[in-house]
Design a protein around this ligand. Structure first.
Ligand SMILES: Cc1cc2nc3c(=O)[nH]c(=O)nc-3n(C[C@H](O)[C@H](O)[C@H](O)COP(=O)(O)OP(=O)(O)OC[C@H]3O[C@@H](n4cnc5c(N)ncnc54)[C@H](O)[C@@H]3O)c2cc1C
Length: 481
């Protein structure tokens, strides 16, 4: 149900009157910062931005939006990579920014759980966990900007998934405001609870389409007292995956990260403005960044040194950081590569996964297919390969005109996704579907799964006011609803 323009203006005025003063921003200059995401590729001016300070205010807001027929889109830190958090519905959308609902409600080192409001920046939540000598393990490049609600709504992954799992594995409970304004309080820190359906799972990874997450109960873990980081050079992706298989068995369960970077990525980092030095004495085709961590009476350094020495048939060269600062410098290579891969311009991001056993064959096939179809495109390959997750990105040639760049992105994505299909993989390992991956998702979706997803959407958001047109096609477009 879309309100016609005059009715929409009335609906907005009614909403402004209903909300406490200062909750609704409508002035053009105030809306700007909520209109563009981190990628800069997605711009959408909202009708208004609501900044509730409490769950009650979110509830009031949603109640009014549903009675007035106003579309809404929840927004966290705008670091999502699939264009889902900015306004995009043709009828206009009210952005619900969670930025003022940002408290850590509790940290409990006995339950190993914390309760965090959705607008809390991930890095702030991590710092709070540390005050109780614990860690909140979700870790990735955007942690200084992304917010807990966004992490839950996208089921974020990151560097530590190998050891601690995706965000889904860390959520013990949720508090959610439904499309009609009702509050579902599922904020439990119980480790075991088999009372009927596990409703929180429906909201995790739902990308704002089913409800506004207002708080999450999250698992935290004892803070490791030892962290060891190594960067090694190997001959091929196949060798890197052989090393991974051994590391899983020989480093006990202490492995926290296993990141693959091809030589091209290291060159991007060392030629970036960060001017990092080449980390090993000579270039190698493939690099692996390994991290292990432990508490208690484990000699982690000996474990890692011993493992790498035994793997001298695979490892051609390597460095084990002698201090945290040196470990951080090794990670900086990874971060600068991500930041500079597009040379400051646009590039195609993919975020695919395959079974771990098939990762090396996938990379070989995908790079060969890309080279054959589009030799002009520069692939940048890296990923959380311990989870079977690869980012195979494509940088266009310099000075290519924008229409040709767009066509190249479309064509190269199709090449990569076709190879993914052949390898039984997923076109989205971490970032979600949003708008960017929607067409490719719908083309491949199982009809029964799509029907079930549509029924869940209809049940929780019968008026289709929440993030309409993300993941599933908008009602009346492309079959659903
Ligand atoms: C440099 C960089 C590195 C990244 N690395 C990784 C990585 O390693 N792994 C990974 O998984 N992701 C990664 N990402 C993607 C991104 O950071 C995550 O998807 C993050 O979880 C998004 O959080 P956000 O607060 O920025 O959400 P936003 O971008 O604001 O929103 C993302 C989605 O969540 C919905 N949403 C936001 N808040 C709520 C809420 N309270 N209730 C309901 N829905 C909500 C939005 O509507 C939207 O659909 C990276 C991004 C960048 C920029």
């Amino acid at each position: 149900m879309n309100a016609p323009p005059t009715l929409q203006a009335k609906a907005l005025a009614a909403l402004a009157a209903a909300m406490p003063e200062g909750t609704l921003l409508t002035a053009d200059r105030e809306l700007e910062r909520y209109s563009i995401d981190w990628t800069g590729d997605h711009y959408g001016r909202p009708l208004a931005v609501a900044r509730p300070r409490s769950v009650e205010e979110v509830s009031l807001l949603m109640r009014h939006c549903s009675t007035e027929g106003l579309h809404v889109v929840p927004q966290g830190g705008l670091t999502g990579l699939v264009g889902a958090a900015v306004a995009s519905h043709p009828a206009g959308e009210v952005v619900v920014s969670l930025e003022r609902l940002n408290k850590v409600r509790s940290v409990n080192p006995i339950d190993f759980a914390m309760i965090v409001e959705a607008g809390c920046i991930l890095e702030d939540a991590k710092k709070q966990a540390e005050t109780a000598d614990c860690i909140l393990p979700i870790t990735f490049g955007a942690q200084g900007s992304c917010r807990i609600g966004g992490n839950v709504a996208t089921n974020a992954g990151g560097f530590n998934v190998l050891r601690y799992g995706m965000t889904r594995d860390l959520v013990l409970g949720l508090e959610v405001v439904l499309a009609d304004g009702r509050v579902w309080n599922g904020l439990k820190t119980l480790r075991k609870d088999n009372r009927g359906y596990d409703l929180k799972q429906i909201f995790i990874g739902s990308e704002g389409t089913l409800g506004v997450i207002t708080a999450a109960a999250l698992k935290i873990f004892p803070k490791p007292t030892q962290v060891e980081t190594a960067l090694v050079g190997v001959a091929s992706v196949e060798k890197a995956m052989e090393l991974y298989a051994r590391a899983r068995r020989e480093c006990s369960d202490l492995l926290t990260a296993f990141e693959l970077i091809l030589r091209g990525g290291i060159e991007i980092a060392i030629n970036s403005p960060g001017r990092l030095s080449d980390p090993l004495s000579q270039p190698y085709p493939v690099y692996v960044l390994i991290e292990a961590s432990a508490g208690g009476r484990v000699d982690l350094r000996s474990l890692l040194d011993g493992f790498l020495a035994d793997a001298d048939d695979i490892v051609l060269d390597g460095v084990v950081a002698s201090s945290r600062a040196q470990g951080d410098r090794l990670w900086l290579l990874r971060e600068m590569m991500v930041e500079w891969q597009g040379r400051g311009g646009r590039y195609l991001r993919t975020d695919v996964s395959v079974p771990i056993s098939g990762l090396s064959a996938f990379v070989t096939d995908a790079l060969a297919a890309l080279k054959q179809a589009h030799p002009e495109a520069l692939p940048v390959t890296y990923g959380h390969v311990g989870d079977g997750n690869i980012h195979l990105n494509v940088v266009p040639p310099e000075h290519m005109n924008p229409e040709d760049v767009e066509a190249l992105f479309h064509a190269t994505e199709k090449v990569i996704f076709d190879v993914i299909d052949r390898h039984g993989g997923s076109i989205s390992a971490e970032h979600g579907i949003g708008k960017v991956k929607q067409q490719a998702f719908l083309e491949r979706a199982d009809p029964v799964a799509l029907d079930l997803a549509g029924r869940i959407k209809d049940a929780l958001d019968p008026l289709h006011i929440m993030s309409e047109g993300r993941i599933l096609a908008a009602r009346g477009v492309g079959g659903h609803g």
